[in-house]
Design a protein around this ligand. Structure first.
Ligand SMILES: C[S@@+](CC[C@H](N)C(=O)[O-])C[C@H]1O[C@@H](n2cnc3c(N)ncnc32)[C@H](O)[C@@H]1O
Length: 214
C-alpha cells in the first residue's frame, strides 16, 4: 500500500466548483456572514479538499469515479430563467457538498468519518490551520471527526474559533459544540459592528470590544 491520497488522483472538481458558486450566494446562516474575510473559502471546497486529502487513493479508475460521486454527486443540465429568457445551466444531484446536503445525507457523512479514522489506524487525524480566518477549514475538519487546532492573529477570528480547544485532553471539540457557539455568537456579539466604514475589520477596535466583552 502507498501513502498516495485521493486528491493526487481523483477530486470532484466540477461538483465542488458548482456547489461553491452556489454557496457564495447563501446570505443566511453562513459563517461568512459574521465577518467579511479576505478570500474566505466556501465550506463545500474545504469539505471536498479535506476529504480528498485525508482519504487514501482508491487505486482503480472505477473506485476513483465512485468516490468522487459519493463526495460531490453527479452533474446534470437544467434550464434556468434569466433576464433575457432561458439558459442552460448545470447543478449537482446527491453528494455532500451542496449547501445543507451534508445534513440530508448524514449517513454518508458518518461513513466518511469512519473511513477517515480507518485510514489513520483507528484514531482521529490531527488537522492544523494556522491562518484559520473565519474558520471554514477547522469547522469542516471537525465535521469530519478530526482533532483540530486553529490559530489566527485577528481577534475576531480568535473569538469565532474559541471553542476549537474546548475538547477534553485527547478528544476533539465536537461539531455540535461549535454549532452551539455559533448560535450564541451571532445575536450576542454582532461582530458586524466591529467593522469600520470601509467594510474592513479594524483590529484595534475589535480588540477593545472583545476585551471588554469576554
Ligand atoms: C485568507 S485569510 C483565511 C481565510 C480562511 N481560510 C477562511 O476561509 O475564512 C488569512 C488569515 O491569516 C491571518 N494571518 C495573517 N498573518 C498571520 C500570522 N502571522 N499569524 C496568524 N494569522 C495570520 C489573517 O488574520 C487572516 O484571517
Amino acid at each position: 500500500m502507498t501513502d498516495r491520497r485521493s486528491i493526487e488522483s481523483a477530486f470532484p472538481l466540477k461538483q465542488t466548483s458548482l456547489d461553491s458558486v452556489h454557496e457564495k450566494n447563501v446570505r443566511h446562516g453562513h459563517i461568512s456572514t459574521l465577518h467579511i474575510w479576505p478570500a474566505w473559502r466556501p465550506l463545500a471546497a474545504c469539505r471536498a479538499a479535506l476529504l480528498a486529502t485525508l482519504l487514501p487513493d482508491p487505486e482503480t479508475a472505477a473506485e476513483r469515479r465512485a468516490l468522487c460521486e459519493t463526495i460531490g454527486g453527479t452533474v446534470r443540465q437544467v434550464v434556468r430563467k434569466t433576464k433575457d429568457g432561458e439558459a442552460l445551466a448545470e447543478e449537482t444531484v446527491g453528494g455532500i457538498l451542496h449547501w445543507k446536503r451534508e445534513q440530508e445525507n448524514v449517513a454518508v457523512l458518518a461513513q466518511f468519518r469512519q473511513r477517515i479514522r480507518a485510514a489513520f489506524g483507528g484514531r482521529a487525524p490531527k488537522v492544523l490551520d494556522p491562518f484559520a480566518g473565519g474558520g471554514a477549514i477547522p469547522l469542516e475538519a471537525m465535521r469530519l471527526g478530526c482533532e483540530v487546532t486553529a490559530a489566527d492573529l485577528n481577534p475576531v477570528a480568535w473569538f469565532i474559533l474559541k471553542p476549537v480547544g474546548w475538547g477534553d485532553a485527547g478528544t476533539p471539540t465536537s461539531f455540535p459544540t461549535m454549532k452551539c457557539w455559533g448560535s450564541f455568537l451571532t445575536p450576542t456579539y454582532e461582530l458586524r459592528t466591529l467593522r469600520t466604514h470601509s467594510g474592513k475589520c479594524s483590529i484595534p477596535a475589535a480588540s477593545d470590544k472583545l476585551r471588554s466583552s469576554i
